[in-house]
Design a protein around this ligand. Structure first.
Ligand SMILES: [Zn+2]
Length: 137
């Protein structure tokens, strides 16, 4: 079990749109729950653990592979992004979300298993790979 204090938190204030973290080029194994899926076969191992939230304060810029603030983030706040934007099938690391958002998806197992209403909230932030999976049904 990963402890809360092992997840990335802000070490300063950020404004919406600012880069919080570069995801880097380190590769992760497909069965590593710390992975961030970029394409069908490419999984990145981010330089630190990033917590999931259903109403997160960052999102991945898929062009630059950077985590960017999607709203103001204050120094000390937990950095979060929606795992559904990167993980199509996350059966290897599925978990019950307790983020507290009124839009919380509850049990998370990957974009593939989300309802269409849940998908619609994040589809514009999802990876090109996930959007391709959706198009192909
Ligand atoms: Zn949640």
């Amino acid at each position: 079990m990963i402890k809360l204090n092992e997840f990335l938190s802000a070490s300063r204030d950020y404004e919406s749109g600012q880069v919080v973290l570069s995801l880097g080029k380190a590769q992760a194994a497909s069965n590593d729950p710390r992975r961030i899926q970029v394409t069908r076969n490419v999984f990145l191992l981010p330089p630190c653990l990033i917590r999931h939230a259903c109403d997160p304060n960052t999102q991945i810029d898929w062009g630059s592979l950077q985590l960017k603030a999607s709203r103001c983030i204050h120094d000390g706040a937990l950095i979060t992004y929606h795992y559904g934007t990167s993980e199509y099938d996350y059966t290897i690391g599925s978990f019950k979300c307790d983020c507290g958002s009124r839009r919380c998806i509850g049990y998370f197992r990957g974009f593939k298993y989300m309802t269409s209403a849940q998908r619609n909230v994040i589809i514009d932030k999802a990876s090109p790979y996930i959007r391709d999976c959706v198009l192909k049904g």
